[in-house]
Write a protein that binds this ligand. Structure first.
Ligand SMILES: [Zn+2]
Length: 476
């Protein structure tokens, strides 16, 4: 053995000899956030804020939370200086879709760009791009997401997230049990499956239950002339079959009539606002009876309008935290030949619509909140114009336009999200014993909800991530 190598080998052995016993004796890694202001969205008033607090994380969980002076930091802990920082529970988006990317090509049933970009290519891209999609969620402070419906492939998304070093917790529903067909989305594993009887609904639920879904989802589309009672029977059979297996039912129902029908049939989770008229006492009573969750998704329709009229512009947070591939494609209408642009898109481009939150949806959010019905923040990310990750900041800003305070919006994005995940005992608050899912902020989120985007660190199951490093690790 040449001298150099010999010496190096000896040095290596010496290092091993030094460190092995230490390693063997070492405790599991401990992180201490020292002297931060903790925001507790589960509480009200002064109780929602705890200044100069230390949080100790160990083994993927929060071990202790207490006043900095009275909470000892273990000698071998990795210390994060919390002075001038705010700590909130990890954010939860209760309504996303991984089979969609947010770009123009992701919903050919709404805007058909197949002649320019075959839908098969778009879906293949989304599958290949999962690792990056997981990272933009984490970089946006989101440590859990609920995918409320997609192809059977969704179950693989959940597995992939569970195995990834850098991914949020992912809960999923399988294909939507739907009142209508969406043939353009069917490449062999359709996200939406038309059901025409209660028996068919039960059969599809059973197929999905075999994959252990976190939720079953109904796409309750009621069109003029449809028999509401017959549709309600399908939803009731779906609810019954899901509930027998201990699985909750999520329903897309955007009109008051349909939302009430969904609740009568057993819905546990309304994944959109009631958009057509003010909710009434009957709606509120039904929602309370079911202990139903309400997810407003205020921005998503605006996202479509902006993107398809070619007036979509990224926010600062989107410039920094969205998938660069998707950002780069948001203005493809500038280069798609005119003859390949669908007619309805051409019409939108010729006369871009004014875009603001729906007054009825804002009013309903306020009413539902004041009635004490739990609200879960959700973006419907993946739809055209609503990008995975940083679109949560648009959604939270719009929720404040309903009159919710930043603390209330944060509650919906943490405590409410934990309910949507069915994990209230494990996530959603900064408390000893819970999973260590946290976000450290550089600015006060209660002064302005936009400050939630000023992320210093994201912590999932005790693992600390730097958003900029996550973003740099994404290939363009
Ligand atoms: Zn959706």
């Amino acid at each position: 053995m040449p001298m150099g190598i010999q010496r190096r080998a000896a040095a290596c052995l010496a290092i091993l000899a030094c460190f092995l016993p230490v390693c063997r004796a070492a405790q599991p890694p401990i992180t201490a956030i020292v002297g931060a202001t903790i925001v507790r969205p589960d509480r009200d008033g002064a109780d929602a804020i705890a200044a100069n607090t230390t949080v100790i994380l160990e083994g993927g969980r929060i071990r202790a939370v207490g006043p900095a002076g009275a909470t000892p930091v273990p000698a071998h802990a990795k210390v994060i200086d919390g002075k001038g920082k705010w700590v909130i529970p990890g954010l939860i988006d209760s309504h996303v879709h991984f089979f969609q990317s947010g770009n123009l090509y992701t919903r050919p049933d709404v805007a058909d760009f197949n002649r320019w970009m075959p839908y098969g290519k778009e879906v293949a891209r989304n599958k290949a791009r999962l690792a990056a999609t997981f990272k933009v969620w984490l970089a946006s402070g989101v440590t859990s997401v609920v995918d409320v419906g997609g192809p059977f492939w969704n179950f693989e998304v959940r597995d992939a997230a569970a195995k990834s070093a850098a991914a949020p917790r992912v809960h999923v529903a399988g294909p939507l049990i739907s009142m209508i067909d969406r043939v353009k989305l069917d490449l062999g594993d359709p996200p939406i499956i038309r059901i025409s009887s209660p028996d068919e609904a039960r059969a599809l639920v059973r197929r999905e239950l075999a994959r252990k879904p976190d939720l079953i989802k109904v796409w309750y589309i009621h069109q003029p002339g449809d028999d509401l009672a017959a549709q309600e029977a399908i939803v009731r059979a779906t609810a019954d079959e899901a509930h027998k297996a201990g699985v909750r039912l999520a329903v897309h129902a955007t009109e008051l009539l349909v939302a009430k029908s969904a609740l009568r049939a057993g819905a546990d989770f309304l994944v959109h606002s009631v958009e057509d008229e003010p909710v009434d006492a009957e709606f509120l009573a039904l929602a309370k009876r079911n202990k139903a969750l309400y997810c407003p998704t205020l921005f998503v329709t605006a996202g479509y309008r902006l993107a398809l009229s070619n007036t979509w512009k990224p926010t600062q947070a989107e410039r920094e935290r969205a998938d660069p591939q998707i950002l780069a494609a948001m203005h493809d209408l500038d280069r798609i030949p005119k003859e390949m642009i669908p007619e309805r898109v051409a019409r939108l481009m010729a006369k871009p619509p004014a875009v603001k939150p729906s007054e009825v949806s804002l009013k309903n959010l306020r009413t539902v909140w004041d009635a004490g019905i739990p609200v879960a923040m959700g973006t419907d990310a993946g739809n055209i114009g609503t990008l995975h990750g940083p679109s949560i900041f648009r959604e939270m800003e719009w929720m404040t336009q309903a009159g919710l305070t930043p603390l209330q919006v944060l509650r919906s994005a943490t405590v409410g999200g934990a309910q949507a995940m069915g994990m209230s005992r494990e996530i959603g608050t900064v408390e000893a014993g819970k999973l260590a899912d946290l976000v450290i902020l550089d600015a006060d989120p209660l002064a302005d909800v936009a400050n939630v985007s000023r992320i210093h660190r994201v912590i999932k199951a005790g693992r600390v991530f730097v958003p900029e490093t996550l973003m740099r690790s994404i290939t363009p």
